[in-house]
Each structure stands twice: as C-alpha cells, then as structure tokens.
Ligand binder design. Structure first.
Ligand code: FES
Ligand SMILES: [Fe+2]
Length: 369
C-alpha cells in the first residue's frame, strides 16, 4: 500500500479566504434565464445546494435542494404543476418551500418544509438572494449600462466554472497589469504594461483605470474598428462589491480629446462579470457584454463570445493554479507590489462588508447586572 503524505495545513495568512466571510445580503446570479427550462435546475451557491424551478405561469422559485424527509436533492425529482416533487417518495413542495402533498397520508408534518430564496429575473439572468429575505430589495440588482438602448447590443457568455475562491477572481478583475501577460492574443497590449493605473474609491465602488496613448490597437480592436493609425485606449475597471465587475473599454483614434462624444465615436463596450461563489475554492463566473459596434452582426456576436470566453478561461487557468498552491501552502501572497493596490482595496472592501454583515447578524449580547 502506498504511503500517504500527511502534511498539516497552516491557517491562511493575509486575510482569510474562507467562504464564511462572504457577503450574503446581495443579489447573486444563479444562472442565465435561458439555462432554466421546464425541469428543476440545480446549482450550489455560497456552499448551499439550490434548486430553481418554474411554476406553470413561468415564475421562478428557488428552494434549498434538500428534501425535508430524507435529504434527497429535490433536483432529482420533477416539476408537477406549481410544485416540485421529490424523486424519492413524492413529497411536493410549493414555491415557498412548504410541503403541500404527502402521498398516502392526509396530514402534513410541520417539519416538511424547505428554505426558499428570493429570486428575480432581469437582464437575461436569474438573481438569487441568499441572505436575510427581508432585505431582498430588487432595486439592489446591479444596473446594466445601456442595456436595451438603441445603438447598443448585448451578448451573454456561456457560464464558466473557475476553480478558485471568488476573492482571487475579484482581484484579477481589478488588476489591469495582468492582461499583457495572460491575454497576449486578445486584449493584451505590451505598450500598456508600464503605465501605472489611477485608483479611485468611493462608498460601495472602486475604479482602477489608465489611458494608453498613441498605441497600436490590440488585435481584437484592429479586427472590429477602422482605425487609420494609432489609438488611445482606456480601460476602466469598476468593481461594485461584493460580486459585480464592469470593465469599460474605449478605443478611439489618437489625438482627439477624450470627451464622451469622441469616445462614443470609437469602439466602446461595457463588459460585465458576475461572480457567484460556490464554496471556498470554486466560483460560478458569468459574463455579458454590451457594445456600440457591430450591432446586429451575428458573426461578430459569435466571434466575441468565443474570444471573450477564451480570454476569461485564460484567467481561469491562472486563478485555479493559484488556488491549488494556496490550498497546498495555506498562504495567499508573499511579496507585495504597487500593482496590488487596486485589487487589495477591492478585497478589503468586501471583507469589511462581510464583517459588518456578520456583526449585524449576531449582535453582541449584554450581561444583565
Ligand atoms: S426523501 Fe423526499 S420524499 Fe422521501
Ligand atoms: Fe484577465
């Protein structure tokens, strides 16, 4: 029998990456609307099993994916009318998680109920609220810039599964310095790697950006735009904690003033990523892209879907490999560079939100004197 290496793992340093510190009172993308058909749809979110299903009028419901009888995942069952029927003994649950039918007996035990989660459909996505249902205000669903506006179009990427803690991905999304090295075939641009980014932080928002002036357009823009010479390019890396990233990309003819109107005459896009933590070491990664060029061009839609999907899978390779080393060592980072400023601030912002939330959920008890 092969000897088993039993190496004790040290605790995390420099910020615990446990999913325990995740923000629960937020809308997370459960899935694209198109993913959820007529049968049960299962996905693990914040380390809890969730099953969604559509009632006969199409309205979504989301329940804990664990039957109250013998804990069988309800997603193994089927949708019957407005209920979800367990695949083991046929208990039926309505959209609020209450059992409304027990085969072979008239009385329904009080304990025959499962947790339900607020769920909303907007922007082609199903959004779920895993925290206090009383705080689930649909107005807190992130607004998508230019969505549905004339002259703009949107594509939804295939959902990806990144084997990394979502805070590693948050940092990646606030880190312009990596594009040169990780994405040389698409969005990378050697001319941009030496320019320090500007970082601005306000309540509930952080943005990192830099203009690259008089540069050759990167390959992806050369294909999409008709630039006669050099270009000015800007990438604004917005982050709205805990889980929404928006990268605004502008590529415009060099030598013009950077006004809104001039930027609109160039190539302009808003690239959204929505991170939904699965657990400590995996994240559901959703992206959609709103742009002002090639509207109605299905071939371009397909090309962008393919190239952007590939770009984010390039990030996946990096963050998944990082996660493996983090798991093996219990470490997160040893050396700190100037380029870490933006990513670290985004991480701190989320950690603070999570700490405030958990303090509110378990207020300090006072001792009666
Ligand atoms: S386990 Fe679900 S009905 Fe028995
Ligand atoms: Fe990237």
């Amino acid at each position: 029998m092969a000897a088993r290496l039993d190496i004790p793992r040290p605790a995390f340093r420099e910020g615990d990456s446990s999913v325990e510190h995740v923000v629960r009172n937020a809308w997370y993308v459960l899935g694209w609307t198109a993913e959820i058909g007529t049968g049960p749809f299962a996905r693990r979110i914040l380390d809890e099993p969730v099953v969604a299903f559509r009632r006969h009028d199409g309205r979504l419901a989301a329940l804990l994916d664990r039957c109250a009888h013998r804990l069988v995942p309800l997603s193994l069952g089927s949708v019957v009318g407005d209920t979800l029927q367990c695949g083991y003994h046929g208990l039926r649950y309505d959209g609020t998680g209450v059992c409304v039918h027990v085969p072979g007996q008239a009385n329904i035990p009080d304990a025959a109920r499962v947790r339900s989660f607020p769920v909303e459909e907007r922007y082609g996505a199903a959004w779920i609220w895993m925290g206090d249902p009383g705080q689930a205000d649909p107005r807190r669903i992130p607004a998508i810039e230019r969505y549905g506006a004339p002259g703009w179009t949107v594509i939804w990427g295939a959902p990806q599964y990144h084997r990394s803690h979502y805070l590693n991905i948050v940092e990646n999304l606030q880190d312009p310095a990596h594009t040169t090295y990780v994405h040389p075939a698409t969005i990378g641009n050697p001319a941009s790697s030496d320019i320090p980014p500007v970082i601005e932080e306000t309540e509930g928002h952080i943005v990192t950006y830099r203009w690259t002036l008089d540069a050759e357009p990167p390959p992806i823009d050369r294909k999409n735009g008709n630039f006669s010479g050099l270009t000015d390019r800007c990438q604004y890396y917005h982050f709205f904690p805990p889980c929404t990233s928006r990268v605004d990309v502008v590529t415009m003819q060099a030598g013009q003033e950077h006004t809104e109107a001039n930027m609109d005459r160039g190539l302009r896009a808003f690239s959204y990523k929505f991170l939904t933590p699965e657990n400590d070491t995996a994240t559901h990664f959703f992206w959609l892209h709103v742009r002002n060029f090639g509207v109605g061009d299905k071939e371009l839609d397909e090309r962008l879907r393919r190239e952007m999907g590939r770009t984010f899978e390039e990030d996946n390779v990096i963050v998944s490999a990082m996660q493996r080393e983090q798991d093996a060592t219990g470490l997160r980072q040893l050396a700190w560079l100037r380029i870490d400023a933006g990513p670290t601030r985004a991480r701190r912002m989320i950690e603070k939100m999570a700490a405030v939330e958990s303090a509110a959920a378990s207020p300090a008890t006072t001792t009666a004197s």
